[in-house]
Design a binder for this molecule. Sequence first.
Ligand SMILES: Cc1cc2nc3c(=O)[nH]c(=O)nc-3n(C[C@H](O)[C@H](O)[C@H](O)COP(=O)(O)OP(=O)(O)OC[C@H]3O[C@@H](n4cnc5c(N)ncnc54)[C@H](O)[C@@H]3O)c2cc1C
Ligand SMILES: *[C@@H]1O[C@H](CO)[C@@H](O)[C@H](O)[C@H]1NC(C)=O
Ligand SMILES: *[C@@H]1O[C@H](CO)[C@@H](O)[C@H](O)[C@H]1NC(C)=O
Ligand SMILES: *[C@@H]1O[C@H](CO)[C@@H](O)[C@H](O)[C@H]1NC(C)=O
Ligand SMILES: *[C@@H]1O[C@H](CO)[C@@H](O)[C@H](O)[C@H]1NC(C)=O
Ligand SMILES: *[C@@H]1O[C@H](CO)[C@@H](O)[C@H](O)[C@H]1NC(C)=O
Length: 358
Amino acid sequence: MSNPKVVVVGAGVVGLSAAYILAQKGYKVVVISEYLPNDSYKAPEYTSLWAGAHFRPFPSNSESDVRESNYTRETLKFFKKLSTEHPESTIQFVKGSDWVEAPSDGYKNLDFNYYKDLDNFKVVTGDSSLPKGVNFAASYTTWVINAPLYLQFLFMQLRDHLGVSFIKRRLNSLKEAEQLSGAKYIVNATAFGLQYESGYDPLTYPIRGQILLLKIPSDNRYRNETVTHQGADGNWTYVINRPFDGGCVLGGTKQIGDRDPVPRESEVKAIKDRARTLFPELFVKETENGEKDIDIIKSYVGFRPARKGGSRVDVEKFGSKVIAHAYGIGGMGYESSYGMALHAIKLLEDAITSQSKL
Ligand SMILES: Cc1cc2nc3c(=O)[nH]c(=O)nc-3n(C[C@H](O)[C@H](O)[C@H](O)COP(=O)(O)OP(=O)(O)OC[C@H]3O[C@@H](n4cnc5c(N)ncnc54)[C@H](O)[C@@H]3O)c2cc1C
Ligand SMILES: *[C@@H]1O[C@H](CO)[C@@H](O)[C@H](O)[C@H]1NC(C)=O
Ligand SMILES: *[C@@H]1O[C@H](CO)[C@@H](O)[C@H](O)[C@H]1NC(C)=O
Ligand SMILES: *[C@@H]1O[C@H](CO)[C@@H](O)[C@H](O)[C@H]1NC(C)=O
Ligand SMILES: *[C@@H]1O[C@H](CO)[C@@H](O)[C@H](O)[C@H]1NC(C)=O
Ligand SMILES: *[C@@H]1O[C@H](CO)[C@@H](O)[C@H](O)[C@H]1NC(C)=O
């Protein structure tokens, strides 16, 4: 059987990664999506535009954590290769640091899924320069990426080198994807899980993230280090430089179920107040009264596509049609992107093979 046509619904980092793998395997690929990386309108709902983005490993507390941790390692392997073959993918390897105030057992007992496959992993002890209240610290080599430029990179590879076609369209159901493309095989990478008949997966929900984009000088410490501080009060404060002069992300908020796309001044202030003690090196701007301040380019908001029970990667058959799902990855879409897409495509191919044997 010659390689059939697959339609990928969604052009976020997950859908584009799936299209990339499928096209390299020789499938005819059509991507249908309401938003595309070359749109001049930058939609708040197009989450992949707004990510930090870095890879921050974590201890696993559930079966879906273990599966997703595996996705991050597949992505890490792929990014190592991509960063040398295609520097314009913007991937940069830097020092990663975790500063945790109230570490869970997974940190304290060094869960294997936290540190596996990481280069230069070490628990940091006796560093007097760490902020007060940090009770667990570790560092390792990780990557940062310029999220919007990486989407552009994948888009241009797909369209200009791998023969993938794109249709810009908002769909009301996955059934329409099938009608528009004529493909029997569908990848559901719509973030919130567009359903076959209409609507979205009721298990999905947004987690609002407001962040600041800062200007920092080229010799700043945080050009080469990404840090996540996990406060005992539940607030996370993090610095992620965006390579290729994309500014430096200072985050952030995590507001479950909040769909307000407008940045709030009160949150700008709260993030800045936390950063003043945690990341004083970011305060590089002299104010009129001789004080130091951060240099804000702008503040913006994105919506992490979370799902109760974890991301959904599986396959369903409807007669001769096969649908592979890859959505609901929450705050981990970049670090999981390639591994998650690989898994979905493996399931899709297994289903196609078992069908063709009938
Ligand atoms: C502030 C912030 C910081 C983050 N930091 C990180 C980080 O450091 N590392 C990390 O790994 N992740 C991070 N994330 C998470 C990451 O951004 C997401 O997990 C990821 O972008 C999800 O990708 P996706 O492809 O599933 O969804 P999306 O990017 O939302 O893509 C969904 C696609 O589906 C299309 N679509 C949806 N419905 C329809 C429809 N009905 N018809 C047609 N098309 C449709 C959309 O147009 C879009 O193209 C962060 C997120 C936020 C908000
Ligand atoms: C973006 O790319 C699509 C697919 O190639 C194309 O149809 C569309 O015209 C492009 N949009 C812009 C604004 O260039
Ligand atoms: C896409 O995801 C939704 C959410 O679970 C699911 O209900 C739906 O069935 C999926 N689409 C298809 C065509 O199965
Ligand atoms: C960042 O790392 C690069 C390469 O290791 C080094 O040349 C550069 O001086 C570092 N910059 C800063 C600000 O530490
Ligand atoms: C995080 O900080 C904000 C502002 O400083 C505060 O209002 C909020 O209660 C904190 N979050 C948690 C979970 O404590
Ligand atoms: C991790 O994911 C890859 C890709 O889907 C798969 O081949 C591999 O078997 C997985 N490993 C584990 C331990 O689950």
